[in-house]
Each structure stands twice: as structure tokens, then as C-alpha cells.
Ligand binder design. Structure first.
Ligand code: ADP
Length: 481
């Protein structure tokens, strides 16, 4: 029997009227459940509840919020395996990554529990005699959150935890494809003893629930992670209404990984395979352009190809799988389409790029590696968001750097080299928000800023103490004593 899961609004779980079916991409006969498709009226009720809860919550002592966030963190650590399994079932990433992601969410809540009691202001002497100046940070109010499918619990966690830590109220809309993980997170948040109305979950479609969050005058800020196209719409809508909302957008990437002739070949191979193909390439920080100098090009391609021959694509819950299935049919078709585009553009498909058959019917895709790609090709410019990477051959470091920066995106970048000179130069001159030396472009810590430049990001950084730039507002108070 399929179980139905409803929204959580104003301290109450609601029964389901309209629902979508959450199906595992590893096994299309495996249904995780029916999840509510919320309405604009549900958003209105959630925002009204959040607005009503805000005065008390924003005035709560930090230690009250600390205790709640800490309880959420402890529950996530304790239930990491169980939730990780559901996450892997609904999203398709392998179980180790699913459990790892839940653990990451637990760490994020733990971190922000501590941040509640660490938020400090400043006192500064005035330019006027006898006057004191205090600079403090205050919460914003009701924050709307719109999240994508590729990190079903980590991305919601790194938006929810700082929002609550600094005294804001929350209405979150997770991606339609992966509502189960956030729904369980909501259960845990409810059990933490959070006051009614402070946190609300409205599942449903972007065009309905997401759109209403953007249009609602009492939502003062929107934090969004998703595609560039949706991000642009979100930005336009968020400033079009009577409330010009504070905005934080994390969008796509077309992240370059440079491999220089002096790189350690084994390190470069691991970094490239992990960065490009793990999590089925479905990470905004994935390396999709691998820029390789000609002195190491052939050896590197051969080494990556050998490594890919050993990669096992299979059911997300199968312990022997290295890579799970693609998330759904439309992403799967997009991946296949880009493989055809790459071939038509004249790039050489070295390995993969086709559908794989497994015991269960699912969206299994063989990781694809292209060589002879040129910077102007579509496969080298557009975000594919799947296990497809293109190798671009260059003469030397200078050309590699120019190609790496020649993109409308600027999220993550990487270089494999043993040269201190080139590593140092790259860290300074890469036009990306995240730079990795001898490490995969994907894979970041939770206590330091995350975000990009150019078309990849808009607004203040996420994660670590830098998150307060978005989740608080500054007040400057003058006193004549
Ligand atoms: P992805 O496919 O990577 O999840 P999308 O940008 O399509 O990226 O979706 C990201 C989030 O934005 C999802 O939660 C989706 O439902 C939501 N969304 C899509 N369209 C809109 C819209 N018009 N207004 C608000 N949110 C939207």
C-alpha cells in the first residue's frame, strides 16, 4: 500500500488532497510514497503562521534556538542510515553518498547550533563627541526556500539551519522529485520542540508553490538553489512585487579542471573521475570541462578511460555500485541528447554515453568521456548535469587558464599540478568562487563559504559564518549618553 504524506503548516500535519508519486530511479517499480502537491492557499497559510510566530521566535534567547538545532543535529546523526537509504532511493545517489549527505546535514545543524551563541555585534566610537555607535545583526522575518533535487537534505539543511539559528521563520518548498528527505527532516524539526509556525513545509510544484512564495508580500527573502533559467525567473519575480525580497541564488556551473604535465597522474585521474562522475555527475560543482596540456594528454585520457572501465553503475542501494542511476527520465534524455550533440560537433566519444540495462528498470547511464572537444562546443559550454565530461587539449598553462575562465559560469574550478607557481597563480586568477588544487571540483567543507561568480550565483554566500550575510540584517544604532 502506498503511503501519503502531507504538508506541515502552523504546527499541524495536513492530509493529502492532490499528490505526486515519488518513484525510485533505480527501480521504477519501487514507490517511496505519495507526496502532497500544495496550493497557493497552503503557502498563504504557512506564511501567515510564520509571520505570526516571528515576533516571539526572533526575540527568543539564543540558547533556546541552540537547544533546538542541537536536538535536530543529534536526531539526524542517529538516523543517518535510515534517512540515507530513503534519500538514495528517491534521488539515486549510492547509499554511502546518501548516508554521507544526511551526516553532512547533521553537521550543518550542529555548526549553526553553536553559531546562535556566537553572533556578535560591534561598538565603534562616533565622529561626534559623547555618541556611541552599536552595530548589531537582526533576523529578517519570513524566509522562503526553494531547493533542487540533487542534494535532497544537505541543501535544505544549509538553508534552514542558519535561518532558524539567527531567529527567522521558514517556509520551504523542496523539489517535486525528492520530497521524502525534507519531509523526514521536518518530522525531526517538529520533534525538536520548535514552536508552531516557525518552520513550515509546503511540498508541490515550482510553478504553484514556488511562484506563490515569490509573489507573497510577507516573504521578505528568498534563498534558491536550482537551474540558471529558473533562477533568473525567481530573481525577476522576487523584486517585481510590493516587497523587494532579499535574494540568494545558487545556480549552475560548467566547472573546469586543469591537468598540467607535472601533475601526479594517479591523483589527476582520481580527481577527474570523482569530480566528473561521482553522484552521477549531478552536482553543480561537477568537473565537466577537463582541460589538459598536450604533454600529458594521451597518458591522462588513457588512465581515466581505464578507471572508468572499472566503474560499476548500478542500483543506488547495491553496495557494489560506484554510481547510481540518473534522477529521472527528462534528465536521462538530456544526457543522451548531449552525447549526440557532442558527436555531431566533432568531439570523440572515448567511452560510455549509452543506456545500461540492469536487473531493475531504471535510468542507468554509462559515464561518458569525450576528447577532442573545443571550448566553443555546446558540450564544453552548457551545463549538462549528468555523467558526461569533455576533455579539451591545450598547449600550456596560460592557454588552460584562458579556456578555464572562458565561461558564463564561475562556481568551482580545479587544477592538478605539483608546481607551486602554477597552483598559486591559478588560485589568484581563476574566475570562480571555489578553487581546488589537487582535489575534485566537487566536495566542500560545511564551515566555510560556498558560492560562485558570474552566472553561477547571486547574492551573499551560503554556509559557515558567512551565511549570516544573508540570514541577518545589519542595524546601526547611535546613543548620546
Ligand atoms: P533542478 O531541475 O535542478 O531542480 P529547477 O531550477 O528546475 O532545477 O528547480 C529548482 C527548484 O525551483 C525546484 O524546487 C522547482 O520546483 C523550483 N521552481 C521551478 N520553477 C519555478 C518557478 N517558476 N517559481 C518558483 N520556483 C520554481
Amino acid at each position: 500500500m502506498t503511503v501519503s504524506f502531507g504538508n506541515y503548516i502552523n504546527g499541524e500535519w495536513f492530509s493529502v488532497k492532490d499528490a505526486s508519486t515519488n518513484v525510485s530511479p533505480s527501480d521504477l517499480s519501487d514507490t517511496i510514497g505519495e507526496y502532497a502537491l500544495g496550493t497557493a492557499a497552503d503557502v498563504d497559510a504557512a506564511v501567515a503562521a510564520a509571520k505570526a510566530a516571528f515576533p516571539k521566535w526572533s526575540a527568543s534567547v539564543p540558547f533556546e534556538r541552540h537547544a533546538i538545532l542541537k536536538r535536530i543535529s543529534i536526531a539526524l546523526f542517529a538516523r543517518a542510515r535510515e534517512i540515507g537509504e530513503i534519500l538514495s532511493r528517491e534521488e539515486g545517489k549510492i547509499l554511502a553518498e546518501g548516508i554521507g549527505e544526511v551526516t553532512r546535514a547533521a553537521q550543518v545543524f550542529e555548526f549553526f547550533a553553536a553559531e546562535t551563541i556566537r553572533l556578535a555585534g560591534e561598538t565603534i566610537p562616533s565622529i561626534r563627541p559623547g555618541v556611541g555607535v552599536e552595530i548589531t545583526r537582526e533576523p529578517l522575518g519570513v524566509i522562503g526556500m526553494i531547493t533542487p533535487w540533487n542534494f535532497p537534505i544537505a541543501i535544505p539543511a544549509w538553508k534552514i539551519a542558519p535561518a532558524l539559528a539567527y531567529g527567522n521563520c521558514v517556509v520551504i518548498k523542496p523539489a517535486e522529485l525528492v520530497p521524502a528527505s525534507v519531509r523526514i527532516l521536518t518530522e525531526i524539526i517538529v520533534e525538536s520542540g520548535i514552536p508552531s509556525g516557525v518552520f513550515n513545509l509546503v511540498m508541490g510544484r515550482g510553478s504553484v508553490v514556488g511562484q506563490r512564495l515569490l509573489d507573497h508580500p510577507d516573504v521578505v527573502a528568498i534563498t534558491f538553489t536550482g537551474s540558471v533559467a529558473t533562477g533568473r525567473r525567481v530573481a525577476a519575480a522576487a523584486v517585481a512585487g510590493p516587497t523587494m525580497k532579499k535574494l540568494q541564488l545558487e545556480m549552475g556551473g560548467k566547472n573546469p579542471l586543469i591537468v598540467l604535465g607535472d601533475a601526479d597522474l594517479d591523483v589527476a585521474t582520481e580527481v577527474a573521475v570523482n569530480g566528473a562522475f561521482y553522484s552521477t555527475g549531478q552536482r553543480c560543482t561537477a568537473s565537466s570541462r577537463i582541460i589538459v596540456t598536450e604533454d600529458i594528454h594521451d597518458r591522462f585520457v588513457e588512465s581515466v578511460k581505464k578507471r572508468l572501465e572499472k566503474i560499476v553503475v548500478g542500483h543506488a542501494l547495491d553496495q557494489s555500485s560506484h554510481i547510481g542511476p540518473v534522477v529521472d527520465i527528462s534528465q536521462f534524455e538530456q544526457d543522451l541528447r548531449y552525447v549526440e550533440i557532442g558527436k555531431a560537433e566533432g568531439a570523440r566519444l572515448v567511452i560510455g554515453g549509452e543506456r545500461l540495462t540492469r536487473d531493475k528498470e531504471g535510468f542507468y547511464f554509462a559515464p561518458a568521456l569525450f576528447t577532442e572537444a573545443r571550448p566553443e562546443m555546446q558540450i564544453a559550454r552548457e551545463e549538462i548535469f549528468g555523467p558526461v565530461a569533455a576533455v579539451i587539449r591545450v598547449k600550456d598553462y596560460d592557454e588552460a587558464l584562458a579556456v578555464a575562465n572562458d565561461t558564463p559560469f564561475g562556481l568551482s574550478s580545479g587544477i592538478c599540478t605539483t608546481s607551486l607557481k602554477h597552483a598559486t597563480h591559478f588560485k589568484r586568477h581563476s574566475d570562480a568562487g571555489l578553487v581546488q588544487v589537487n582535489l575534485p571540483t566537487a566536495g566542500v567543507d560545511f564551515h566555510v563559504p560556498f558560492g560562485g561568480r558570474k552566472g553561477s550565483s547571486y547574492g551573499p554566500r551560503e554556509q559557515g559564518p558567512y551565511a549570516r550575510e544573508f540570514f541577518t540584517q545589519v542595524k546601526t544604532a547611535y546613543t548620546l549618553a
